[in-house]
Structure formats: structure tokens, C-alpha cells
Design a protein around this ligand. Structure first.
Ligand code: NDP
Ligand code: 8X3
Length: 253
């Protein structure tokens, strides 16, 4: 049976790649993000490539009312969400704790932690009622090891790690799968967002390595979703070959 997947943060990077991969596999998709024109363009592209119906939801995940209204607005044919991919997120800035920008901190906490919670709280009750579903949270290697100046971003991804483990226990009696995928360095808009449009700075994390790209993570999502009903992948940490963990990156100069 065709399954419906809702992917947050589908306008770019990892979320966009997951949307493309799942569309190619015939999933019914709900794609979300703030940039309407990007959502519309992706819908048009995927619908023409794969003759699928795709629904777009345009909302800011930091706003609980917008999240609730968006999910309540789903037409009947998209209202049963089998798979929730909690991907929307960002890093803003990279500074020591005594110099960090408080607005950046709020944005990361509100998006990466509270946004993930708002949409999970809204979508999961129907999964519980149906006793089926799969929630995939995009964490990070930054949720496993902290690094210099990463303080708040690392904190939000440690929270995603804890919430993923805890929600897996909550969902256990209901047969709902919870998977956390923890990527390392993935070349997306992530770094451009972190460094606020500074293209030169944004290149530095990926310099002299072959980083991961969105499709590498989308492959993993596809794998996780294609396991038999009796099998769950709890956690998956993925880095490029040049990266061992948050600290060790081998750069070929
Ligand atoms: P991108 O910047 O390319 O994509 C981020 C996505 O999140 C966009 O689609 C953006 O959509 C969406 N988003 C951000 N803020 C909001 C918001 N307030 N409301 C709704 N949507 C929002 O980055 P990535 O693809 O790299 O990041 C995706 C996830 O992967 C994030 O959670 C990130 O922390 C995680 N990650 C990234 C890694 C990397 O190295 N790139 C490594 C490990 C984890 P829009 O702007 O249209 O709203
Ligand atoms: C993104 C990876 O190393 O920039 O989560 O924090 S890193």
C-alpha cells in the first residue's frame, strides 16, 4: 500500500534529497518549509517526474499555531501520515558562550527542539490510534560530541538525541518505529545559513574533503523505511570517509 510521508525542511539540502528519493520510490508526500516558491517548484518537478500527488504545507515550525493549522488543513487523501521525517533545523552562528548572539540561540532552540516537538505532538496521536507509524529524527554528530563554539547548536542536537531515545520508549507499546539519523558534514545550505550568507566562510567545513551530500542521507532514510515491520533501525551515524567524528577530519591539501 502507498504510504504517506511528511518531510519537514524539504526546500533544501537533506530534506529536499529525502523528498526526491521517496518520490522516486512512489511514496505520497507532504513537503514543508517556509519558502513557498521552493516548495512549489519541488512539487511541480516531482509530480511531473513521477506522476505523484504532492501536497505542500508552508509554515514556520517555530510557531505552534501555524504547525497545528497546517496539519489540520490537510485534505482527506493526505491526512493519514505514516512517516514523519523531522528534518527542519539549522545552526546559527559559531561563537563562544560569552559572546553568542541570543537571537541565534532562540532560533536554534525554537526550531531544532521546540519545532520538532510541536509537529511530533500534533502528528503522533493519530499514529498511536492506528498503532502504526515511523518517526525519523535528523540528529547530528553534534548530538554525540560537542565542539568548540558549537555550544547551543550541539545542545539542541543532544536534545534531539535524548528526545529520540525517550520517544522510542513512549511509542514502544504502539508499534511505532523511531529512528534517529546522525549525519556528519553534509554540504547543503546549512553552512551558508550558519554563517549568514558569507559564502567564503560557508565553504570552510567542506574544504579539502569529499563531504556527504543530501542524497547520501536520503539513501539511509530509504533503507530505514524499507526494513520489515519487525525490524527498526534505532540509530544511524553517517559521516563522509574523511571524517571520524566531530573533531577528526582528514583534509587532503
Ligand atoms: P539546509 O539549510 O539546506 O535545510 C534546512 C531546512 O530546514 C530548509 O528546508 C529550511 O526551509 C528548513 N527550516 C529551517 N528553519 C525552519 C523553520 N523555522 N520552519 C520551517 N522550516 C525550517 O540544511 P540541511 O539540509 O543540512 O539541514 C537539515 C537538517 O539536518 C537540520 O536539522 C540540520 O541540523 C541537520 N544536519 C545537517 C548537517 C549538515 O552538515 N548539513 C549534519 C547533521 C545534521 P525554509 O528555509 O524554506 O523554511
Ligand atoms: C551539522 C554537522 O559538524 O557542523 O550538524 O555540527 S556539524
Amino acid at each position: 500500500m502507498q504510504r504517506t510521508a511528511l518531510i519537514t525542511g524539504a526546500t533544501s539540502g537533506i530534506g529536499l534529497a529525502i523528498s526526491e528519493k521517496l518520490a522516486s520510490e512512489g511514496y505520497k508526500l507532504i513537503i514543508t518549509g517556509r519558502r513557498t516558491e521552493k516548495l512549489d517548484a519541488l512539487k511541480l518537478k516531482l509530480e511531473s517526474e513521477y506522476s505523484l500527488d504532492i501536497h505542500t504545507l508552508n509554515f514556520d515550525i517555530r510557531n505552534k499555531q501555524e504547525v497545528d493549522n497546517a496539519i489540520d488543513s490537510l485534505p482527506a487523501e493526505f491526512a493519514t501520515i505514516d512517516i514523519l521525517v523531522n528534518n527542519a533545523g539549522l545552526a546559527a552562528g559559531l561563537s563562544t558562550i560569552d559572546t553568542g548572539n541570543i537571537d541565534d540561540w532562540e532560533q536554534m532552540i525554537d526550531t531544532n527542539i521546540k519545532g520538532l516537538l510541536y509537529i511530533t505532538r500534533k502528528v503522533s496521536p493519530a499514529m498511536v490510534k492506528r498503532k502504526s507509524g515511523h518517526i525519523i529524527n535528523i540528529g547530528s554528530t553534534a548530538g554525540k560530541e560537542v565542539y568548540l563554539n558549537g555550544n547551543v547548536y550541539c545542545g539542541t542536537k543532544h536534545a534531539v538525541n535524548a528526545i529520540s531515545q525517550s520517544m522510542r520508549i513512549d511509542m514502544l507499546p504502539h508499534g511505532i518505529k523511531v529512528t534517529q539519523i546522525k549525519p556528519g558534514l553534509v554540504d547543503t545550505e546549512f553552512s551558508l545559513v550558519r554563517f549568514k550568507g558569507d559564502t567564503e566562510k560557508a565553504k570552510t567545513p567542506y574544504q579539502d574533503i569529499v563531504p556527504l551530500y543530501g542524497p547520501d542521507i536520503a539513501e539511509a532514510v530509504s533503507f530505514v523505511l524499507s526494513r520489515p515491520a519487525s525490524v527498526n533501525i534505532n540509530d544511524l551515524e553517517i559521516t563522509c570517509t574523511a571524517q571520524a567524528n566531530s573533531f577528526y577530519v582528514h583534509r587532503e591539501k
